[in-house]
Design a protein. Structure first.
Length: 138
C-alpha cells in the first residue's frame, strides 16, 4: 500500500467563497501514481469546509443564502463565541457543510457520480488556511 500527502493553501480575500478544488485533487492523484484506493480531502481549519456537489453558480448562491439563514453573521452580538471574535457563524456553517470528503479511486481516477465536484468552502476568509489531500492505495 502506498500513501501520498499534499496540502493546498488558500487565502480567500472575501469572508465567504466556494472554490472548485477538483482539478487540484486530480493533479495530486496523478502525482501520487495510485491507481486503486481512497482519497481523503479535508479542511484543516475550523471555519472552512470541504464538500461534494454540482459546480453550478445558482446552487452556490442558494448555499450562501441558505447558510446565512441558518447561521447569520449579524448581529455578531448574538453569539457567545464572539466575545473578542466575530466568526461564530463561520464555525456553524462549517459544521453544516462538513469537514471532509472521501472519494474512491478506480483506474487512477476519482470515482465520481454524474456532476460531482469537490469544493473548498470558506466561511471566515482573509487569512491563510489549508486543505489536506491524503491518498492511500496501490
Amino acid at each position: 500500500m502506498e500513501s501520498y500527502r499534499k496540502e493546498l493553501w488558500f487565502e480567500v480575500p472575501a469572508r465567504q467563497a466556494f472554490i472548485n478544488i477538483t482539478p487540484d485533487v486530480e493533479a495530486s492523484l496523478a502525482e501520487s501514481g495510485i491507481q486503486e484506493g481512497m482519497a481523503l480531502i479535508n479542511a484543516m481549519h475550523i471555519t472552512a469546509s470541504v464538500f461534494i456537489n454540482d459546480d453550478e453558480k445558482g446552487l452556490h448562491h442558494d448555499y450562501e443564502v441558505w447558510l446565512e439563514k441558518l447561521a447569520p453573521h449579524d448581529p455578531t452580538t448574538g453569539y457567545r463565541h464572539n466575545v473578542g471574535e466575530n466568526n461564530a457563524d463561520a464555525h456553524m456553517k462549517r459544521q453544516i457543510m462538513g469537514r471532509e470528503v472521501t472519494v474512491a479511486i478506480t483506474g487512477g481516477r476519482l470515482d465520481f457520480g454524474t456532476w460531482e465536484q469537490i469544493f473548498y468552502g470558506e466561511f471566515d476568509g482573509r487569512r491563510p488556511k489549508r486543505v489536506l489531500i491524503k491518498i492511500i492505495g496501490e
